[in-house]
Write a protein that binds this ligand. Structure first.
Ligand code: HEC
Ligand code: HEC
Ligand code: HEC
Ligand code: HEC
Ligand code: HEC
Ligand code: HEC
Ligand code: HEC
Ligand code: HEC
Length: 456
């Protein structure tokens, strides 16, 4: 059941009066620097014309706190996307700058994050690939829908938004008012509820699929299992949502990456708690990685002992180090050699099959593996991950290198296969290898992987 605004206002007033201080009473809305509401006309008409939209808003915290249509959509005449609608200047887009009038901290943190810069991808190989294969129609419906488009204004059209760029709610949208990103990438309109943002489905629009399956990894992890089997104990509607105090059965994506702990506030910068970059061809530690890792461990600490979560990080470091040293660095070096020597048949990037094979090694299976290891998804660490990596490295990538006939690259690989103890198993006898596994001789080869030099 939902209380009517008037009842709530009454109750709020009563609580304020009764408690004196009112520390947990919701804040009064801050008044935006905008012209006055045109007498509730927006709501009256939209209740009839777009009733679904109206009721989404009507059920929101914003309606409860008297934040109206015009409070968000009202615009100054000189804003680039402003247009006249039923006698008032409004804009359809509501950017982080607009939300930031009332939610300054969230807006600043978000705009300083990697998320807000996700629309700046035109220089990437991913973007090149999208454009040579599919061109703009594909880049808009695919890439930009997750990453964010550069929003374009068409002064000639009625609402000034160019259909090519609008609609779009990508996380790093480039807005005409100079702000970056879109808050409704995560906060679905017009309810903008905390409950929804705290659930893993929120992130699942973008964080899934063959190249970054965080959602699938989470679903198969003990954390996901405990979450989906105990959702009613997650206290998702609570105003305050501190892990270990307001809920304890399971962490969601938000718990680990954004939400509060006893000694750490909510953040709107999803990079604050990440120590590795697990999406690059060769993984590397982030600047200031120790502090970022400590922040994440403050989350773990509420449900696990330090021996347990530090053990997890040791396994993760060992896994990433193995991925880097055994597969990513040699494959990357071979591609450099082929390019330096001009040994690829066609000139343009991605016009040779070997470039696709290399791409998938790190961008697909190599990432799935790393994400599986980071977030406790064993099927992704191995079957969708390193298993595929091994198969494709030995039986697709190496044969494709041989086919180029580049002597330097082939020599590099022959040396690797003959002399690198992680690769020379192919020349040995199976029974002998099996004995080596049982006796521990073979594991010793990999032992040093668990102690990577993290100071490099
Ligand atoms: C007399 C009825 C009426 C009033 C008053 C009205 N609207 Fe609308 N509004 C509409 C209708 C109908 C549409 C959909 C038009 C369409 O489908 O092209 C619309 C569309 C919109 C859009 C989307 C425009 C777009 O580019 O897609 C926004 C945002 C909007 N209204 C906000 C407001 C705000 C804010 C107010 C108050 C200042 C308001 N409306 C007042 C009827 C009204
Ligand atoms: C808390 C801020 C907020 C309030 C309050 C709000 N909106 Fe919106 N509205 C948004 C955001 C955010 C978008 C998406 C725009 C974007 O992506 O930049 C949007 C989009 C829209 C659109 C265009 C998208 C579509 O689905 O057609 C319409 C129409 C609209 N709002 C009407 C309204 C009306 C009518 C009200 C009042 C009943 C209202 N809004 C109240 C934030 C708000
Ligand atoms: C389903 C949503 C989705 C689509 C579609 C998508 N991406 Fe991404 N992309 C992501 C996510 C999520 C990440 C971050 C993955 C991670 O952190 O592991 C990412 C990462 C990237 C990166 C790496 C950024 C970095 O910091 O190194 C680039 C570049 C990129 N995408 C470009 C593109 C391009 C270009 C397209 C279209 C061809 C595209 N993406 C399609 C969601 C998407
Ligand atoms: C990456 C997803 C994501 C984006 C993008 C995002 N938020 Fe949030 N937001 C969340 C999550 C998750 C919560 C719930 C945190 C909690 O209570 O544990 C939240 C909570 C909030 C709250 C409630 C107060 C609080 O701290 O709990 C406000 C207000 C808010 N967001 C505003 C914004 C604004 C404004 C933007 C855009 C500048 C934005 N958010 C963009 C995920 C996001
Ligand atoms: C005119 C001021 C104002 C504007 C503009 C505004 N908000 Fe809010 N918002 C509030 C108030 C007031 C509350 C309720 C008190 C609180 O939670 O801080 C609130 C609450 C929220 C919450 C928490 C909802 C919950 O379930 O508890 C989120 C999330 C949020 N706003 C996101 C946004 C986003 C995203 C935008 C822009 C699209 C936006 N707000 C624009 C004033 C505003
Ligand atoms: C609309 C798409 C979208 C949604 C929704 C989204 N993300 Fe992202 N996220 C991305 C993209 C794209 C990147 C990569 C940005 C880049 O590298 O340029 C990314 C990067 C990240 C990173 C790496 C940040 C860093 O600084 O290295 C984390 C962690 C993350 N997202 C967590 C989340 C969580 C948790 C949620 C849900 C609460 C979420 N994201 C929702 C698209 C999204
Ligand atoms: C139990 C905590 C936990 C949960 C739950 C969790 N993550 Fe993570 N996540 C991590 C850890 C730990 C890392 C690796 C951190 C590091 O590099 O230090 C990570 C890394 C990431 C990265 C960075 C990947 C890259 O390429 O660099 C993204 C993006 C991400 N998580 C998104 C998500 C999403 C989306 C969800 C929910 C579907 C989620 N996480 C659930 C703990 C968690
Ligand atoms: C809200 C509580 C909570 C938080 C926070 C949390 N976990 Fe867990 N974690 C659990 C539960 C519950 C299990 C399942 C225990 C079991 O095996 O019965 C679990 C299991 C695990 C497992 C074992 C996975 C398996 O398949 O056996 C690892 C590893 C792990 N967590 C690491 C972490 C790390 C690292 C963090 C911080 C980034 C973290 N957890 C944060 C509750 C939590």
């Amino acid at each position: 059941m939902r209380l009517k605004p008037l009842t709530v206002l009454f109750l709020t007033g009563f609580l304020l009066f009764a408690s004196g201080a009112g520390a947990t009473v919701p804040k009064e809305p801050k008044k935006p620097e905008r012209p006055a509401e045109p007498e509730g006309k927006c709501m009256t008409c939209h209740k009839e014309k777009t009733s679904g939209l109206y009721y989404q808003w009507r059920e929101s915290e914003h309606a409860l706190h008297n934040v109206t249509c015009f409070g968000c959509h009202g615009a100054r005449k000189d804003e680039p996307d402003a247009f006249v609608h039923e006698g008032a200047y409004i804009a359809t887009m509501v950017t982080p700058k607009d939300c930031g009038q009332c939610h300054k901290k969230e807006s600043e943190q978000f705009q300083a994050s990697h998320h807000a810069k996700a629309g700046q991808i035109l220089d990437s190989n991913d973007a090149y690939l999208a454009h040579v294969i599919g061109g703009n129609p594909v880049a808009i419906a695919g890439c930009a829908s997750c990453h964010g488009a550069k929003m374009e204004i068409d002064p000639g059209s009625a609402n000034k938004l160019k259909p090519g760029s609008w609609p779009n709610s990508g996380i790093g949208r480039i807005n005409p008012d100079g702000s970056l990103g879109s808050c409704n990438a995560c906060h679905v309109r017009h309810k903008f509820s905390r409950r929804q943002a705290r659930q893993p489905e929120t992130c699942g629009k973008c964080h899934l699929g063959p190249d970054h399956p965080q959602k699938e990894v989470y679903e198969e992890s003990k954390h996901g299992i405990t979450y989906y089997t105990n959702m009613e104990e997650m206290n998702l509607d609570a105003e305050r949502w501190v892990v270990g105090e307001d809920y304890s059965v399971a962490p969601t994506c938000a718990t680990c990456h954004l939400s509060a702990t006893k000694n750490m506030p909510v953040t709107h910068d999803a990079g604050e708690r990440i120590s590795w970059n697990l999406r690059a061809p060769v993984s590397h530690l982030q600047d200031d990685w120790r502090r970022k890792r400590q922040r994440m461990q403050r989350v773990c600490r509420n449900c696990h002992g330090s021996v347990f979560y530090e053990g997890h990080y040791r396994q993760l470091d060992g896994f990433v180090n193995l991925y880097n040293e055994k597969f990513a660095k040699p494959a990357t070096r071979v591609m450099e050699i082929l390019r330096e020597n001009g040994s690829l048949e066609n000139e343009a990037n991605f016009s040779n099959e070997i470039e696709w094979i290399y791409w998938e090694l790190w961008h697909h299976e190599g990432r799935r593996a790393r994400h599986g290891a980071a977030m406790m998804g064993p099927d992704y660490a191995w079957w969708h991950g390193v298993y595929e990596l091994g198969k494709h490295f030995y039986f697709k990538f190496i044969p494709a290198v041989r086919e180029t006939g580049d002597e330097e690259a082939i020599g590099f690989l022959d040396d690797l296969l003959a002399n690198d103890p992680m690769h020379n198993w192919m020349n040995r006898n199976t029974d002998e290898l099996k004995r080596g596994i049982k006796s521990g001789e073979l594991q010793e080869l990999y032992e040093h992987m668990f102690t990577p030099n993290l100071n490099e």
